[in-house]
Ligand binder design. Structure first.
Ligand code: NAD
Ligand code: UDP
Length: 309
C-alpha cells in the first residue's frame, strides 16, 4: 500500500515509518520539523519506497494514498505550549485538511488522539465512554481541546461523508528517538540520570502515569488501521500498568546506576493526578495488549540516550 504519515519525522512517526517500510509498503512522510528531526529518519532515506516532504499540515496537501496516519502535532507539554495557537491550528486545521484529502481519495485515515482528552479524570481507569474533565482555558487546553475538536471532526466526516476513520487515544508512550530536551518525564529523568544531574519530580511524585513502550503502540495502531471497516473507535491504546512518578524516578536511577538525587519542584497547572487506560475494547476488537514491561522498555531507551548525549 501507499501510506502517508503526517508528523513522520517525530518520535512515534519515525518508528511507524520504519515498521511500514519493513512490511513492504510505500511510505510518504510530511513534516514541518517543529519537533521532529531529519536524523530520526535519516537511515530510511536510501529506501526507494520512502519519500520525505517538508510541509505544514495547516496548509492543504494533495497526494494519492491508500491510508493516512495523522500524527503531526507536538506532544510534549513544553513544545505544545510554546506556541499554543499553532498547536490548536495543527490539530484542527490539520485534521480538516487531512480529512478533506481522505474524503477526496477515499483513503482510510487514523487519528493519533490522546489520553489527554480525558483531562484530569475523575473516573479510574479511563474507559472510552468517559467524556473527560478538561479545563478549556488552562495551559494544556491548546493540546487537549485541539485533540478533542479533531475527534469531533473525524466522527462528523464519517457521519456526513462516510470517510473511513479510525481514532486511537494514545497513553504516555516512550522509547528511543524521544527528543532529549522535549521535557517529557521519561526522557527528562533518563537524560538527568545519565548526566549525573538531579532528577526533577514535579509535585510530590504521587501522581501516576501508565507508560507504554513504542513497539506496543505501533502494534495497536496498525491493528486499528486495518481493523474491520465499521469499527471507528475511539479506542484506548496504552499500557494499563500504572506507576507513580516517584517510582519511575527510582527505576531510572536503579537502571542507569546514577548517583543523582531526587529534587521536588512545583507541579504545573492542571497536571493530571492519575492516568490508566482501560484496554478492554482494544483487547476485544483488536486482540491487542501491550507486551513490553517498563523495566525492559526503559533499558532499551537508556541505551539509546547513551548514544545521543
Ligand atoms: P513528536 O513531537 O516527536 O512528533 C510530532 C511530529 O509532528 C514532529 O515531527 C513535528 O515536527 C510534526 N509536526 C508538528 N506540527 C506539524 C505541522 N503543523 N505540520 C507538519 N508536521 C508537524 O511527538 P510524538 O510523541 O511522536 O507524537 C506523535 C503523535 O502522537 C502526536 O499527534 C501526539 O499528540 C500523539 N500522542 C503521543 C503521545 C506520546 O506519549 N508520545 C501520547 C498521546 C498522543
Ligand atoms: N514530570 C516530572 N518531572 C519532569 C517532567 C515531568 O515530575 O521532569 C511529571 C509531570 O508533572 C507529570 C508527569 O511527570 O505529572 C508526566 O509528564 P509528561 O510531560 O511526560 O506527560 P503528561 O503530563 O502529558 O502525561
Amino acid at each position: 500500500m501507499k501510506i502517508l504519515i503526517t508528523g513522520g519525522a517525530g518520535f512515534i512517526g519515525s518508528h511507524l515509518s520504519e515498521r511500514l517500510l519493513k512490511e513492504g509498503h510505500e511510505v510518504i512522510v510530511v513534516d514541518n520539523y517543529f519537533t521532529g528531526q531529519k536524523s530520526n529518519i535519516h537511515h530510511l532515506m536510501d529506501n526507494h519506497n520512502f519519500e520525505l516532504v517538508r510541509h505544514d499540515i495547516t496548509m492543504p496537501f494533495f497526494i494519492e494514498v491508500d491510508q493516512i496516519y495523522n500524527l503531526a502535532c507536538p506532544a510534549s507539554p513544553i513544545h505544545y505550549q510554546y506556541n499554543a495557537i499553532k498547536t490548536v491550528k495543527t490539530s484542527v486545521m490539520g485534521a480538516i485538511n487531512m480529512l478533506g484529502l481522505a474524503k477526496r481519495i477515499n483513503a482510510t485515515i487514523l487519528q493519533a488522539s490522546t489520553s489527554e482528552v480525558y483531562g484530569d479524570p475523575d473516573i479510574h481507569p479511563q474507559v472510552e465512554s468517559y467524556w473527560g474533565h478538561v479545563n478549556p482555558i488552562g495551559i494544556r487546553a491548546c493540546y487537549d481541546e485541539g485533540k478533542r475538536c479533531a475527534e469531533t471532526l473525524f466522527v462528523n466526516y464519517q457521519r456526513q461523508n462516510d470517510v473511513k476513520i479510525k481514532i486511537i487515544r494514545i497513553f504516555n508512550t516512550y522509547g528511543p528517538r524521544m527528543h532529549p530536551n522535549d521535557g517529557r518525564v521519561v526522557s527528562n529523568f533518563i537524560v538527568q540520570a545519565l548526566k549525573g544531574k538531579d532528577i526533577t519530580i514535579y509535585g510530590d511524585g504521587m501522581q501516576t502515569r501508565s507508560f507504554q513502550y513504542v513497539d506496543d503502540l505501533l502494534e495497536g495502531m496498525t491493528r486499528m488501521m486495518n481493523s474491520r471497516p465499521d469499527f471507528h473507535g475511539p479506542v484506548n491504546i496504552g499500557n494499563p500498568i500504572e506507576f507513580t512518578i516517584k517510582e519511575l524516578a527510582e527505576h531510572v536511577i536503579e537502571l542507569t546506576g546514577a548517583k543523582s538525587k531526587i529534587i521536588y519542584q512545583d507541579l504545573p497547572m492542571d497536571d493530571p493526578m492519575q492516568r490508566q487506560p482501560d484496554i478492554s475494547l482494544a483487547k476485544k476488537e483488536l486482540n491487542w495488549e501491550p507486551k513490553v514491561h517498563l523495566r525492559e522498555g526503559l533499558l532499551k531507551t537508556i541505551e539509546y540516550f547513551k548514544t545521543v548525549i
